[in-house]
Write a protein that binds this ligand. Sequence first.
Ligand code: AMP
Ligand code: MG
Length: 498
Amino acid sequence: MPELTDEHSSNRAIHFDNQFLSLPEHFYTRLNPQGLTTPVFASVNHKLAAELGLPDDLDQNANFLKAMSGNALLEGSEPIAMKYTGHQFGYYNPDLGDGRGLLLGEQIDRQGRRWDWHLKGAGLTPYSRQGDGRAVLRSSIREYLCGEAMHHLGIASTRALCVVASREKVYREKPETGAMLLRIASTHIRFGHFEYCYYRKDEAGLRHLADHVILTHFPQWQDLPDKYERLLRNAIQRTATMIAKWQAVGFCHGVMNTDNMSILGDTFDFGPFAFLDDFQANYICNRTDTGGRYAFNNQPNIGLWNCQCLAQAMLPLLGTHSDGEQIAIRLLKEYEPAFQMAIVKAFRAKLGLQSEQENDHQLIQSLLNLMHANKVDYTRFFRNLCEFHSTQEHGDLRDHFVDREAFDIWSQQYGQRLANEPIDRPTRESMMLQSNPKFILRNYLAQRAIERAEKGDFSEIGRLLTLLQAPFDEHEGFAAYTASPPDDSKGIALSCSS
Ligand code: AMP
Ligand code: MG
């Protein structure tokens, strides 16, 4: 068993089982990370470490720091850069792959779960194109915090075990601090891996890849005649559900290219993402997305578009020519109902509605229209709504709206709707408090943690991590972290240059 720890630390092992290496060699390139000089931990995610069965003193562990900064290999690690392709902003790009990250290995934890360990910022690879193979501290902190935020909001997501900072300079729009991030995911296989096989007309490779995902994640399907159909259906359903949850929490991904879509439906690759502050349905968080392809309210459509790319790539596995197409069309038709079911469920929970009624959809839509027209802070409003009393004045809630009379009309409808509910007010309130987070990763909060970290003070990362790992809790004394952004930090749009 490979050992992570040095002689001074508790003696626990990581068990790697690197199944991706069983795929044909054109799927990857073996290479070692290029280490960062002067590495220090900016943060270690102790909560995730415990879930993975790792020691709780990782931040004190010199061997671990060496491995997480690309200066040593963990025993059992066999690093590779993965080859994949994908559609970026609607256009197929055959030249993608891990350009700055390496899959270090696949950990099997004590519960038998499989976790990819991926070191992001680990240097040049054959797929780096014009890039430098590096990651900067700014983006690494954003990804680190956002993965935790999503996971603890109940949204499937990759996470990260640690961020390592350094004194190395990495050039983006200006000189920045070089860093590495250790990303943990059930898989790093993307829609783009399937597209890679399809566009090189490699049916055998496609079959290998699909069989590999089934073997590692759905072994119970291995001998079923419709196993590939199940794999595609699973990806479609999970993608639809994931995006419904993004919409309900106000998360804008920013770069929904098919190389950033996980075959297991995890939120994947955090770049210029944003949680909405003021609700703007057509908000574009990515400065380079001038056409608004990945605008907030277009995410559900793009999710389907991406699933179409995946379905097309999997066609050769689904049956003979026209049969396969029929199956793909039938499965793609399941996207919309899966999305609708998940979003209505999420919004019912946000509004505290336990029963289902036909015009719930309308009640939700009219609220969102009002919030858009009045630029209402999305998270603060829903958190305040938890205290709604149908029989009392709701001054605080009204104050979210410029057009208070319009809100009064809606709140009257809402009050009537609540009157038909079987649950009492306290029960509803506690249910709503578990569905409407108090803490989200607002861009200005992330920015503050980044600015301090760039000066060597990592404490703000830890504070945010604690809040985001329990986003529905009250956290007395942290009210300032629920504030809408100051005017000069509103609607920050970020670019892809991470
Ligand atoms: P992303 O926008 O992070 O999803 O990356 C898209 C593609 O560009 C992937 O193939 C990445 O590996 C590659 N890439 C992004 N940044 C860099 C970089 N600094 N160096 C090398 N490759 C990069
Ligand atoms: Mg990517």
